[in-house]
Design a protein. Structure first.
Length: 229
């Protein structure tokens, strides 16, 4: 760090935001990154965006400290009575809350996302929601330098998104059908199935109605495959 540059204070970027748990209806605080303060740095082909100096991805999983219900921020909404009962029986009964530091490490983020994944499974939510969590877990494992776990969760994300395309109506996990098709193509490439990757990417490339930005992403991944396949 240059001598004339002040040290970064996490409290300038991260704050405690109030949420209401949809399961037990208690109010709680979770750390959240101020999106307006961080700066976009780069993006990976599987839609992983990198920010500096703090990454909002690490703070995406929200955990209620009272009942243990957890979810990614985009899905921290309504739960049915049946889902709430399952959470109470299968999660709350075993849950022990813990404090987290204001600056989350990859391991902190992984732990929190796994709580969200467990809750999603217990609630039996859509395949796309579970896939979304698995995809983000693969991203954080990439940051942590654990390619084995990254691959495990990339494969689970791929399976979930393929199932979602077959059974769900777009938008799927906040993405239109063309973007999901592209993502599936890249996940096939990343998990070692180049032939399947090219099939899915081909759907994007031949469809005249697909946005130019998505076609450009597909071309980049196709070129990666052609150069290394």
């Amino acid at each position: 760090m240059p001598q004339n540059e002040a040290p970064i204070d996490p409290k300038d970027y991260i704050y405690e935001k109030k949420y209401t748990c949809p399961c037990c209806e208690e109010e709680f605080l979770n750390y959240t990154v101020r999106a307006s303060r961080v700066r976009f740095r780069s993006a990976d082909t599987d839609l992983r965006s990198h920010f500096t100096p703090f990454d909002p991805l690490y703070y995406d999983a929200l955990i209620c400290p009272f009942c243990g219900h957890a979810a990614m921020s985009a899905f921290m909404g309504h739960v049915t009575d049946a889902q709430a009962q399952r959470v109470k029986a299968e999660i709350t009964s075993r849950f022990i809350a813990r404090d987290y530091p204001i600056v989350y490490t990859p391991q902190d983020a992984i732990e929190r996302m796994k709580y969200a994944l467990l809750t999603a499974v217990v609630k039996n939510v859509k395949a796309s929601q579970q896939a979304n969590i698995c995809l983000k877990l693969s991203w954080v494992y990439r940051d942590a330098g654990d390619p084995g776990q990254e691959m495990i969760f990339a494969k689970r994300a791929l399976e979930g998104f393929v199932k979602a395309v077959e059974k769900e109506v777009p938008p799927i996990s906040g993405m239109d059908s063309d973007l999901v098709t592209y993502l599936i193509g890249d996940l096939y490439r990343r998990t070692g199935s180049n032939s399947e990757a090219l099939k899915w990417l081909g759907r994007v490339l031949v469809d005249k109605g697909v946005k130019r930005s998505i076609k450009d992403k597909a071309l980049i991944v196709k070129e990666i495959i052609d150069g290394h396949g």
